[in-house]
Write a protein that binds this ligand. Sequence first.
Ligand code: ARG
Length: 272
Amino acid sequence: MKQKLIKKVLMCEPLYFDSLDYVINPWMTPGKINKEKTLNEWEQLVKAYEEQNITVEVIKQNRDCPDMVFATDQGIIRGKKVLLSRFWHDERKPETEYYKEWFEKNGYSLNYLPNDVYLEGNGDAFFWKDKLLIGIGYRADKTSCDVISKLFDIEVIPLEIIDSKFYHLDVGFFPLNNDTAFYYPPAFSQKSRGVLKKLVPNLIEFSKDEAYGFCANSVVTDHHVIHQKGNPTFQEKLNKLGYVSVEVDTGEFMKSGGGVHCLTNVLEETLS
Ligand code: ARG
């Protein structure tokens, strides 16, 4: 079976990720964040990617945008085309300007959502085979699906999220390859569970511990899965499927409700 091989990612250096003053998802607890620990965790993640021969492009964080560190939320990318996000919460809206600049400087053609349409980039979007799966309900609305479908000329499948803890698709769903995906059933409506069961030949459930341990928020490249540490049952499942688990710690970022996948926007990948 063909494996996805990531070539290049975009990450945001957490220069000012030191305190949280707002709460926009149930994982967030206002208060201090250990800046030194944060930088260290981020550097370990960069290292994990470099060990997989992945080039890491870096954008620097702006002082006023704590959640800017979550690069995946900033846009959906295909080739040199990017669909910039429109954030649901006012607190995150300023981030877009900085990423817009970065994409423009790096030769991407910029595309925008209509004014009243919301979508937070690859936090809620997964290209899967010839389709694009979009998580709707909290940060993205259904109308975004038509816009995206036209822009990328692709069939879009909306998946309805019904639990605010799983506010983005990448907190409750993790596609491993063309056959297998993991999901946390209580995160999705009955109808969307049915859609996933029909769509994915080998659909595996996350246990509650795995889901709350941020296992969905992983990144797969070739036969390696980079994921949050402290999830032994997930590691066992991956090993049985022939994958190597690469543990990292994103504990400081989880205080804002984000992990490995949130910190990483894939710019280039191939099939091997
Ligand atoms: N505090 C951020 C928010 O609520 C976390 C975003 C994490 N990103 C993700 N793709 N899950 O928007």
